[in-house]
Design a protein around this ligand. Structure first.
Ligand SMILES: Nc1nc2c(c(=O)[nH]1)N[C@H]1C(S)=C(S)[C@@H](COP(=O)(O)OP(=O)(O)OC[C@H]3O[C@@H](n4cnc5c(=O)[nH]c(N)nc54)[C@H](O)[C@@H]3O)O[C@H]1N2
Ligand SMILES: Nc1nc2c(c(=O)[nH]1)N[C@H]1C(S)=C(S)[C@@H](COP(=O)(O)OP(=O)(O)OC[C@H]3O[C@@H](n4cnc5c(=O)[nH]c(N)nc54)[C@H](O)[C@@H]3O)O[C@H]1N2
Ligand code: SF4
Ligand SMILES: [Mo]
Length: 754
């Protein structure tokens, strides 16, 4: 008897935004072996150690296999899908009918690997008239979006493969990745005498060890450090005047403000020696190109929006834009066209009046939008692929908010901290049991889109998000067979007939556009090969993308087929296991990707210039006698991955999620490596194990993210390992502009345990 040779199936890692292509060999339903996919056009075989442990995600003990409904006593019971769909639709409709769709809030829509379900979630939200939404981006990237929206209305990325000076600002890519083949690229830059790496971080990270210039700022003082760098560039005439004259508007107010920066005082404030700041400014000032990667070390710390602005001033003043090695705008799968500069319609949250940036409510405001008797408060929540009770600042307050809701439903694969408080949890198939994709396609010149095919059949009882959402939309009466049947027939007749019928259907009944994703799933979906029905909603963005950037799409290697370029792109995406280059740009195209009609950078942002001027009177420290340490709550380590893997045994090291502390502080406290310690903040307390770490500066302590999840043992008893960081964070520590939380900057106290 011969046994079938075990086959490798191509898919992608779902543990961070890099989504490296991988190959999985199955033994039954077990991921018996995992390796990098060398043919993947984005990652080329690269992975880190985490991808090899994905079986802990797929074969987790706490998978849900039927919908869960909350009983009056707070426990959950299993119910059938028929019951769950009917009741969830009815409850949502009841809230909408009495309080309006705007009182239903939507949180999440995808983690690090699964954004396709969110498109169908959009359709459900549209069917209900949902107006307010948010997700994790509103606790990290909205400050950056605020700045980019005003400067050039596009999103830029560094050209890491070629840049002469790479700057990592509150970013530790050795551990957190976030750029393709991160460790390879870092080593390449470090090993090249013609190139330099600058790291700005209070901690001597793995990345900092590779750096040519390491600016070890005091936590939370990056604004001072960056202002000083910018001011040295201007003082020492290292600004690219030709670039400014040609491409940048409204330069004078910025140059004036920079001229007012007290350079040596600011150097002192951030704890970096002035010659070190000057050396970095001069290295950047002499370079052909500089690229800067800011991440949550600064985005979740004081003055975060100002920091997002100041770092951009560095490369704008250097003219490091639209060229190899510089910063370049990326294409979008959902292009929005151009606008006159300065034309902006701001919107605000209904209760607290917080500014909504890129359509997202600041995460720190959500609970306050619920916990009030304001008539326009949020009254129901739809939560998809995220665990806000664990991941938002102030967990206690979010739990309170969930308890106050009239209705809540969570879409997840497991029972989470959030699911436990929800009225219903709808279990979806895992990321390896359905077609999936991410919309983090942010590179230049080549943008890669990867559609992953299912590796396994869904676990019996679970359903993929497109089907769950379509059923809910149908139960709400927003889509029915009279809409679906003619388009099904047209889809069978071919793509040209389908495109015409789809356009006509929406022309006749514009409300169908709102639930377009579900309509595509029900009609085009069944004609797609290999169980890819769930990818049907991609058909529309692929058409938009091909229409917006036809030359870039063709340059990527896609030729228009009989029914056009959009269909050809869509089919190429469906056919490939290795990712598709969906746009390939030339550097000069960067100007055309600016979102303003005049194609210029508008460099003055008055509010931020005011904040820059006010810096010299702002505090550089928020610690007190009671809380003398700065706690960074949520550092990325080699075995942290948000809350995607819940079984603590997946970790090969740092099993406890130790609190990192410098040797001086440890000595002063009289504690040793491996001791437990009492850690207290204004919001809560915990007793983590400590890890003495030379990388930490005095007064700074750090906990990893993604710990403190409860997980059942073989007897079903739940245990929690490590500290859930947001039991220690509070809602009021946040950026004044974007409202993003200061996860990295929590005043804290340490006490030795008796
Ligand atoms: N291993 C792993 N990788 C991940 C993830 C994961 O969970 N685990 N999550 C992914 C996600 S969702 C994200 S958003 C990214 C985040 O990726 P990173 O931003 O790189 O992650 P962190 O380690 O949280 O923070 C980066 C650095 O900020 C530093 N820092 C703390 N306070 C300050 C400060 O005041 N100023 C400066 N300049 N730096 C400061 C920390 O010391 C740390 O080295 O990682 C992604 N990759
Ligand atoms: N204190 C502190 N808090 C932080 C951070 C920090 O550094 N410090 N980091 C913040 C950052 S940057 C981020 S990005 C957030 C991340 O926090 P969240 O946005 O809450 O996301 P994840 O932890 O990735 O949760 C993903 C959820 O999706 C579920 N899931 C997995 N696969 C599927 C699927 O196929 N379908 C469905 N429906 N669900 C699925 C998982 O079980 C999990 O519950 O945390 C933030 N919170
Ligand atoms: S965790 Fe990130 S870098 Fe590591 S293999 Fe997965 S996607 Fe790639
Ligand atoms: Mo994130």
């Amino acid at each position: 008897m011969t046994t079938e040779p075990l086959m490798f199936h191509k898919t992608a890692c779902i543990l961070c935004e890099s989504n490296c292509g991988i190959e999985v060999r199955l033994d039954g339903r077990t991921f018996e072996r995992i390796r990098g996919n060398k043919d993947h056009v984005g990652s080329k075989g690269y992975t880190c150690e985490k991808a090899l442990r994905l079986d802990y995600y797929q074969n987790t003990r706490d998978r849900l296999t039927l919908p869960m409904r909350r009983r009056a006593d707070g426990t959950h019971e299993q119910v059938s899908w028929e019951t769950a769909i009917a009741e969830v639709a009815e409850r949502l409709a009841a809230v909408r009918n009495t309080q309006g769709g705007a009182s239903i809030f939507r949180y999440g829509t995808g983690g690090q690997g699964n954004h396709l379900g969110g498109v169908y979630g959009d359709a459900l939200s549209n069917a209900l008239g949902v107006r307010y939404r948010s997700n994790a981006l509103a606790q990290e990237k909205t400050g950056q979006a605020y700045v980019e929206g005003r400067l050039y209305r596009a999103h830029t990325r560094g050209d890491w493969g070629q840049t002469e000076v790479a700057v990592f600002l509150g970013k530790n890519p050795w551990m957190s990745h976030g750029l393709p083949e991160a460790r390879r690229v870092l080593k390449e830059i470090a090993g090249d005498p013609e190139r330099s790496m600058v790291v700005i971080d209070p901690r001597r990270t793995k990345t900092a060890e590779l750096a040519d210039y390491f600016l070890q700022v005091k936590p939370g003082t990056d604004a001072y450090c960056l202002a000083a760098i910018v001011a040295v560039l201007v003082r020492d005439e290292l600004v690219d005047g030709t670039f400014l004259d040609t491409h940048v508007v409204d330069v004078e107010p910025v140059l004036d403000a920079i001229g007012r920066v007290p350079i040596s005082e600011f150097a002192q404030r951030c704890g970096v020696a002035l010659p070190d700041i000057e050396a970095v400014a001069h290295r950047i000032g002499r370079s052909q190109s500089v690229a800067i990667f800011e991440d949550i070390g600064v985005e979740q710390a004081p003055h975060s929006t100002l920091v997002s602005y100041l770092q951009r001033l560095i490369w704008i003043l250097r003219g490091s834009f639209a060229k190899p090695g510089g910063m370049n705008p990326v294409t979008s799968l959902f292009p929005t066209g151009k606008r006159p500069a300065g034309e902006r319609r701001a919107s605000y949250t209904p209760v607290t009046g917080a500014e909504i940036i890129t359509g997202l409510i600041p995460c720190n405001s959500i609970a306050d939008e619920v916990l009030t008797d304001h008539p326009d408060r949020l009254r129901a929540m739809i939560i998809e692929s995220s665990n806000p009770v664990h991941s938002l600042a102030g967990s206690a307050r979010f739990r309170e908010a969930m308890a106050a809701l009239e209705f809540s439903v969570v879409f997840d694969v497991v029972m989470t901290e959030t699911g436990r408080l929800a009225d219903y949890v709808l279990p979806s198939s895992s990321q390896f049991e359905k077609p999936e994709a991410v919309f983090f396609n942010f590179e230049f010149p080549n943008n890669v889109f990867s559609l992953r095919k299912p590796v396994l059949e869904p676990l019996p009882g679970v359903i993929a998000e497109p089907e769950i959402h379509a059923r809910l939309i149908e139960a709400l009466g927003a889509l029915d067979d009279t809409d679906i049947a003619p388009l099904r027939l047209a889809a069978d007749a071919g793509r040209a007939a389908f495109a015409a019928a789809f356009a006509a259907a929406i022309g006749n009944k514009p409300a169908l556009a709102k639930v377009g994703a579900a309509l595509l799933y029900r009609t085009l979906g069944p004609t797609l090969p290999d169980g890819l029905a769930g990818a049907a909603a991609l058909w529309f963005p692929m058409q938009l993308c091909a229409a917006a950037y036809p030359e870039a799409v063709e340059r990527g290697g896609i030729q228009p087929g009989p029914t056009g370029l959009g269909d050809a792109l869509f089919d190429a995406v469906l056919a490939s296991d290795d990712g598709v280059v969906f746009t390939s740009h030339r550097y000069e195209d960067a100007w055309d990707l600016i979102g303003f009609e005049d194609g210029k950078i508008h460099v003055t942002i008055a509010v931020l210039i005011d904040e820059l001027d006010a810096l010299r009177n702002a505090p550089t420290s928020y610690t007190t006698e009671d809380f003398p340490y700065v706690l960074s709550a949520g550092e990325r380590r080699s075995f942290s991955a948000n809350t995607i893997i819940r079984n603590p045994n997946w970790r090969k090291k740092d099993v406890d999620g130790a609190l990192a502390i410098g040797p001086h502080d440890a000595m002063a406290l009289g504690v040793e490596d491996g001791d437990r310690i009492r850690l207290t903040t204004a919001a809560g307390a915990a007793e983590p194990i400590i890890m003495i770490d030379e990388a930490m500066q005095a007064g700074h302590i750090s906990l990893p993210n993604g710990y403190g999840l409860s997980y059942p043992d073989e007897h079903g008893e739940h245990h929690t390992v490590g500290v859930a960081p947001n039991e220690l964070t509070s809602l009021d520590w946040k950026d004044t502009i974007a409202g993003t939380p200061w996860h990295k900057h929590v005043p804290a106290r340490l006490e030795r345990l008796a």
